[in-house]
Design a protein around this ligand. Sequence first.
Ligand code: FES
Length: 341
Amino acid sequence: MQTLDVIVHTISLASSTSRSYELRAADGGALPSFEAGAHIDVHLGPSLVRQYSLCNSPREKGRYLICVRRDDAGRGGSRTLHRDLTVGRRLRISPPRNHFPLVAAGHHVLVAGGIGITPVLSMAEALAARGASFVLHHYTSSAAEAPLLERLQSSALGERAVVHHSDQGDTVRAGLPAELQVPEADTAVYVCGPDGFMTHVVAEATAAGWHPGQLHTERFAPTAPPSAEAEAEAGDGDGDRDRDRDGAKAGVAAEFTVRIASTGTGYRVPADRTIAEVLTAHGVEVELSCEQGICGACLTPVLAGEPDHRDEVQTPDERAAGDRITICCSRARSPELLLGL
Ligand code: FES
């Protein structure tokens, strides 16, 4: 797996609970370019890898900016990061990866909840730079907890960025933003935030008549079971993807076989193991990161067989094509899958 060495160049407060970390190449050179919506893996320890969206403008060549909200209820990624990352600390990261890209459209509606503003802000700045038509709505619990509020209120975005604070009674539960209440052709909608927030926005937009192909999402955690509805209000989540993986692994599982095209060898995947677990146990090298179906690092070509997709990465069209599978969580509907490994 390719990694990059970076140094924590600066750290700044992004809200009362969030910090921004500016990363620069350890050798002082350039960093790979990225597109708005991209994220990186940050290696925080031997078995602690977390994914964070890049929140700076893609036009900036020499640095990556991530913003992390401390979440004491999470599995520890944000706590470790807030505690251990100091200026000058050397880190290993992955090159940027993007499963939440801007698409061609006449108008863009960006909707972020809490720390979900991180990729969305980069997208808004990219759209503003190219003179594209867009509006951004950011839902947070309060002004004090709103990450990156200063940039959001910058002149570059102007009145196209609208902030909503639930401590002032302004929540997405009270109603979708006006731009989402009636579907518009040639408009793309992007939603990022805590799971309950996203589930609510997507469900309401779908009920309003938006086509699923117009709704683009980026999750920080696998889709939670319905009981997690209480998380719907913005401000939750820490910006990384470190929640438990029950959602990704949920569902009835059955045994099947994966066959490796390059060797012809087949391996049984029992109901309680993932494809990745089986392959790595047999010494097959695979790329893994979040192991929750939300980062896309493990997407693997499918040459034959029918995947049972359990990830949050692929679009409905990509899932229907069935030519790639996230081997960390997805399974098979057919007795066998032939993988392009
Ligand atoms: S490792 Fe992240 S989607 Fe599989």
